[in-house]
Write a protein that binds this ligand. Structure first.
Ligand code: C2E
Ligand code: CA
Ligand code: CA
Length: 402
């Protein structure tokens, strides 16, 4: 059906039970929706591009694919439609698929458990009435090519263009500033900043990460906020396991620290995805060398991805950084509260400093304080800011959270 003036929205349904799909469409049409449905994931994804639906509905069990993969593709395409997940599977599976959609950055409107009532569908559609109709997406073929981004990245490296933002970290028990995490940023001509998620992976895959890391570290060390006034502050820098292929890096880092009068004990190296390195012995040796030289080592994003209990036990970490996924959802999820409680206990039993990131509300900070978690970082405390603003950052009052 084609779009006409007067429609409440455009609903596109992917379900291989065609009678279910057509019933949904019929119900939605009664609520003035333009609708379309298909049982083929590829046709569905093409139509998302060409028809720009305001709402998409995805069944989790499809004949040829699973709905989670489709949801992932939707996110990769930059789909702005309201997403509804439908399934006859158990609630836990529906909930985790819904979480995957949200974590992928999609706008998840809700979930429907089959069989559902007409009223449930209508309530969901009404809740997601589009304020602004989405634009048609650019077909993948004409999106900016990876090669262009790669060339721009190489050019930015030559121009020494990368900069660093600093995000405050506080002690949970008294709210005092303990240091900052240093986060890479790529400034653009219009004054905006490209976040690292959009270039670190590419730099890792194209052999540019070693140079990028040196540039970022050099900028950070030359612009550490709050120094020399507060010599107690510690600074966390992110390290990719690929950096270990740069054999002169540890020596270089020590020299940089000396030049900028920063003791290695003031630096925390945050490492993610430790299992992705093919050579576990090399990783063990590298990390031990950093520790011997006095640097702190943090296992970043603990609880997700590749970080694992095995890594934690056999590698010389001095800090455990709980992934923000669990921390952001403390107020809303009993499961997250249990996991975070266990992680803080685990970290302390291994004599590690425990840091929680992704503290977005006072509830999370109070909960962490109650657990005896050592440090906290997150938007509720302070966002990443430039060095000047970070130096002027006038702290965090615990009263704000009470
Ligand atoms: P990360 O190390 O887990 O850093 C934390 C990210 O979470 C930062 O995003 C930060 O801005 C964001 N964040 C902090 N608090 C909150 C919060 O309360 N809510 C939410 N929603 N987000 C919060 P950013 O700066 O975009 O960095 C993304 C990732 O890029 C970092 O994740 C890190 O893995 C990587 N990265 C950044 N700088 C470097 C670098 O110099 N080298 C390497 N290898 N990776 C880097
Ligand atoms: Ca980090
Ligand atoms: Ca992290």
């Amino acid at each position: 059906m084609t779009e006409q003036v007067g429609y409440s929205g455009r609903l596109l349904v992917l379900d291989d039970e065609s009678d279910v799909a057509s019933t949904i469409c019929m119900m939605a049409e009664k609520a003035s929706y333009a609708t379309a449905h298909t049982d083929d994931a590829d046709i569905f994804l093409d139509k998302v591009v060409s028809w720009a639906p305001t709402h998409v509905m995805v069944d989790l069990q499809l004949a040829d694919r699973d709905g989670v993969e489709v949801v992932h593709r939707l996110a990769k395409m930059g789909c702005k439609a309201a997403v509804i997940i439908i399934s006859g599977l158990g609630q836990r599976i529906i909930d985790s698929s819904a979480r995957a959609a949200t974590e992928n950055g999609l706008w998840l409107l809700g979930t429907l458990h089959k069989p559902f009532l007409r009223a449930e569908l209508m309530d969901l559609l009404a809740a997601g009435a589009p304020k602004k109709w989405p634009q048609r997406l650019l077909p993948l073929a004409v999106r900016p090519q990876r090669q262009i981004l790669k060339d721009q990245l190489a050019q930015a490296l030559r121009a020494n263009a990368f900069t660093v933002y600093f995000q405050p970290k506080i002690a949970c028990h008294n709210g005092k500033l303990v240091g900052f995490e240093c986060l890479a940023r790529w400034p653009q001509a219009d004054g905006s900043m490209i976040p690292p998620d959009q270039f670190i992976g590419l730099a890792e895959q194209t052999g540019m990460i070693n140079e990028l890391t040196r540039q970022v570290y050099q900028f950070a060390l030359a612009n550490l906020p709050g120094r020399p006034a507060n010599a107690e502050l510690k600074f966390a820098l992110n390290l990719s396991p690929i950096n270990f292929t740069d054999e002169t890096f540890p020596r270089w880092l020590l020299d940089q620290c000396r030049d900028h009068e920063v003791a290695p004990s003031q630096i925390i190296l945050e490492l993610t995805e430790t299992a992705s390195l093919d050579n576990p012995l090399a990783l063990l040796e590298n990390l031990t060398q950093f520790r011997i030289r006095g640097f702190h080592l943090s296992i970043d994003d603990f609880g997700v991805g590749y970080s694992s209990l095995i890594q934690l036990a056999r590698l010389p970490f001095s800090e455990l950084k709980i992934d923000q996924m669990f921390v952001k959802s403390l107020a809303s999820s009993e499961e997250s509260r249990k996991i975070v409680t266990a992680m803080v206990g685990l970290g302390h039993s291994l004599d590690l400093n425990v840091v929680a990131e992704g503290v977005e509300d006072p509830y999370a900070l109070d909960f962490l304080r109650g657990l005896g978690c050592n440090e906290a970082q997150g938007y509720f405390i302070g966002r990443p800011i430039d060095s000047r603003a970070a130096t002027a950052w006038n702290g965090f009052s615990l009263e704000r959270s009470e």
